[in-house]
Design a protein around this ligand. Structure first.
Ligand SMILES: *Cc1c(COP(=O)(O)O)cnc(C)c1O
Length: 363
């Protein structure tokens, strides 16, 4: 049988030639602080509660699941508050799939998706996967955005989809609601605010959910992967106008959320207080990382997320490798002079900080 050894030999879409897949290393190191997971496992009593619901759902897996995942949408509406109802909620297998649904419906061939670099590395990949073109805007040197500059860049680019990451990954930078309002005002397309890390922001930080009323082209996405310690279950969701949700129904695959996923997520949301009780502890470790990095002579950027981007790294590849050799995996996000680390448990955070200190301080 003839074997194809290179993508060039396959009749691949022209626009996918030369692109590379998402590839955060998955190395089996004892301390993994590289992909912003919640490193605290689901508590035992919650895990058995979830398991009971999965066991029940398993008895009906001969049937297709509820295509509209109504109990799950009701549970998300209740969790989010802000007077939201189930008809304004959507969900998918991770917020990456939710973002893909938006881009399938509103981007696609001949259209453009705009975001402010550096930002989440999946945005260009999801956009290009739908055949759309990614347009990268710029930030201030400290990675912040002003309403005036952001609106001017969006007006000039005139994209079909704008994604605002709040707080931003990989920098941790908070985003003011004035930026969202100004961008929405000038955008003709849809505006997504990705609040994947919202639960790690200060308790009084306002969510873009407060801006949804009267803005039918605005969507606010969230995920259970980070604060809820549910990355392996793959559950993301969004809130938007009911008509915006109808647009996503046009592109989703039928029965895209399995009955087991729906059961697990509903049970986890029933236990949201316990699921989220580690968030404050993670925030404390994040702030400890920032303070210690500063004391070591590095330059940590302010973060409202569960990770810290730090500059002042003369040779990021060498420091990354030095940590790797000490059993600690963090992330080189490709920003010169910088590395990114996820806040772990107290012990994991200590292991990272000790390993970094043993490598030596920046010159
Ligand atoms: C981690 C992350 C997500 C979540 O992805 P899931 O598919 O829900 O696991 C979304 N947006 C950003 C910016 C992230 O960092």
């Amino acid at each position: 049988m003839g074997r194809v050894t290179s993508l060039d030999e396959l009749p691949l879409r022209d626009d996918l030639r030369g692109s590379t897949p998402y590839g955060a290393p998955q190395a089996p190191l004892p301390i993994a602080l590289n992909v912003n997971e919640n490193t605290h496992p689901v508590p035992d009593d919650v895990a058995s509660d979830i398991l009971d619901d999965i066991a029940l759902a398993l008895r009906d897996v001969n049937r297709y699941p509820d295509r509209e995942f109504t109990p799950l949408r009701e549970a998300f509406a209740e969790y989010l508050g802000h007077g939201l109802s189930a008809d304004r909620i959507w969900a998918g297998n991770g917020s990456n799939e939710v973002l893909q649904h938006i881009m399938q419906a509103f981007a696609g061939p001949g259209r453009t998706v705009f975001g402010f670099s550096p930002t989440y590395s999946m945005y260009p990949l999801i956009a290009q996967g739908t055949g759309a073109r990614w347009l990268a805007g710029t930030r201030e040197p400290d990675y912040t955005l002003t309403a005036e500059d952001a609106a001017a860049q969006v007006a000039a680019a005139d994209p079909d989809v704008v994604i605002l990451c709040s707080p931003n990954n990989p920098t941790g930078t908070p985003l003011g609601l004035d930026v969202v309002e100004a961008v929405y005002e000038v955008a003709k397309g849809v505006v997504i605010v990705d609040e994947a890390y919202h639960e790690f922001a200060p308790h009084d930080a306002a969510s873009a959910l407060t801006l949804l009323d009267g803005r039918p082209r605005l969507a606010v996405s969230r995920t259970m992967s980070k604060a809820f310690a549910f990355a392996g279950a793959r559950v993301g969701y969004l809130a938007a106008d009911p008509v915006f949700i109808d647009a996503l129904r046009l592109v989703r695959l039928p029965y895209h959320l399995s009955a087991l996923t729906q059961a697990a997520a509903v049970a986890a949301l029933r236990n949201s207080a316990t699921m989220l009780h580690m968030v404050d502890e993670i925030v404390a470790q994040r702030d400890r990382i920032s303070a210690t990095l500063e004391a070591l002579g590095y330059d940590p950027h302010p973060s409202w997320s569960n990770f810290v981007l730090f500059g002042g790294v003369d040779d990021p590849k060498a420091v990354w490798r030095g940590l790797y050799d000490r059993g600690v995996l963090i992330r080189d996000v490709g920003i010169p002079g910088h590395l990114r680390v996820t806040a772990g448990t107290e012990a994991e955070t200590t292991a990272f900080l000790d390993a970094l200190a043993s490598i030596g301080s920046p010159s």
